[in-house]
Design a protein around this ligand. Structure first.
Ligand SMILES: Cc1ncc(COP(=O)(O)O)c(C=O)c1O
Length: 396
């Protein structure tokens, strides 16, 4: 059997139609497959590789760290310098109330940790979340997922979940003094790129403050510059009580984090002690990689040119088959009539060496969330291929 057959045989599958490209090398904006075919990456491993694949500073940080030490002990016991340095730098670039970082293995685990923390800190049991939101695939994260089709098969889910409507003012009345936390994506990603209205987000912040519910903002997909500011919430002038990070946090290594005020985070240390525990969370190699990627992002001018690049995409994504384009920075949804059209366009793009896919709750929308390092020439070329694909589809 060849590698592809072995993959299908022995590696657990999550769909009956995986892309199954066999990639042998990735660097910057590009990947190469086993036949040396080159792909321009428009999805960055789903919002992960913001600094491009195998950024030299990240590779060096990983190499240096594995020569020092890898796993030492479970999370929270030893002083591990990559963890300390990364938490310190992250909090330096966050509002002063977000001053304490809990590193996890994934985004979903950060969501789980934050829900537990909110329950512990408030002594309340209800969690509110929004329609069309995605927060991960574990039982707790699934319980707050905003789409019945995707969660229904896993019942019973967590009790005490209230489902609210994103951008709907009336829904906010359902947040009460029984609510431990409200969790929202700062910009909804898997819903097909839905931005919050500024006034609504302020109303949400105010309602949480009034009722004593903690506001958890999930920036696992939209953080780290993707929306044109380091953190998406900065554009709306509000501060969450708990911030969730993941994906680009690890610079290509698996990581998540929930970040809160030290006073809130302290709840996990007592009655019972060890309120959230993990063997590998905050792994030193992952922290070293994430730190190097974050430093490289801060030293670059990439965030300041996100809006220009977004505009360039919008200017060049024009074709009668494209119904709409929604974007917040370099998080772009290109909407087609239906999934079938989208899939045909995507398949054509991939055949021409442009890697893209669709959104979980918006299967009619093509995903464009490229590494932030994409150049204007690459943007124009990618758009020309997408329009060529749309034209190919239009001609049947
Ligand atoms: C907004 C958001 N939250 C949480 C998650 C879950 O992260 P992970 O897949 O690392 O568990 C994702 C993953 O796509 C996400 O997009």
């Amino acid at each position: 059997m060849n590698n592809r057959q072995l993959f299908l045989q022995h590696v657990a599958q999550t769909s009956d139609a995986p892309l199954a490209l066999e990639i042998v090398k990735a660097e910057g904006m590009y990947m190469w497959d086993v036949n040396n075919k080159k792909y321009l990456d428009l999805i960055a491993g789903i919002s992960v590789c913001n600094m491009g694949h195998c950024h030299p500073a990240v590779v060096k940080a990983v190499q240096d760290q594995v020569q020092q030490y890898m796993h030492l002990l479970v999370y929270g016991e030893f002083v591990q310098s990559p963890q300390v340095a990364y938490a310190t730098l992250l909090t330096k670039h966050l509002p002063e109330t977000l001053n304490c970082v809990y590193f996890t293995n994934s985004g979903a685990e950060a969501v789980e940790g934050a829900m537990k923390l909110a329950k512990r800190f408030t002594g309340r049991t209800e969690i509110a979340s929004f329609n069309r939101s995605y927060h991960g695939s574990t039982q707790g994260a699934l319980s707050i997922l905003g789409d019945e089709y995707w969660r229904n098969a896993y019942r019973p889910l967590l009790p005490g979940i209230r489902r609210l409507t994103y951008n709907d003012f009336e829904s906010l009345n359902e947040i009460t003094t029984d609510t431990a936390a409200v969790i929202a994506e700062s910009v909804q990603a898997e819903g097909g790129v839905n931005a919050p209205q500024r006034e609504w987000l302020h109303a949400l912040r105010n309602r949480c403050t009034e009722t004593g519910a903690l506001l958890i903002l999930d920036e696992i997909q939209c953080g780290f510059g993707r929306n044109g500011s380091l953190w998406a919430f900065q554009q709306f002038d509000i501060v969450p009580d708990i911030l969730l990070l993941g994906k680009a946090l690890g610079g290509g290594m698996p990581m998540g984090a929930f970040i809160a005020n030290k006073e809130i985070m302290w709840s996990l240390t007592n009655s019972p002690v060890l309120g959230h525990i993990t063997t590998f969370g905050g792994h030193p190699v992952n922290c070293a990689a994430g730190l190097a990627a974050f430093e490289a992002l801060l030293e670059s001018n990439l965030i300041s040119v996100v809006k220009e690049k977004e505009t360039l995409f919008l200017q060049h994504l024009k074709h009668p088959v494209i119904k709409a384009v929604r974007s917040v920075g370099l998080m772009i949804a290109v909407e087609f009539e239906n999934f079938e059209t989208n899939k045909k366009v995507i398949d054509y793009c991939i055949s021409k060496g442009v890697l893209t896919d669709w959104f979980l709750f918006a299967a009619e929308c093509m995903r464009i969330v490229p590494p932030l390092i994409i150049t204007p020439e690459e943007i124009k070329w990618a758009c020309s291929i997408i329009c060529e694909a749309a034209e190919f589809h239009a001609k049947g």
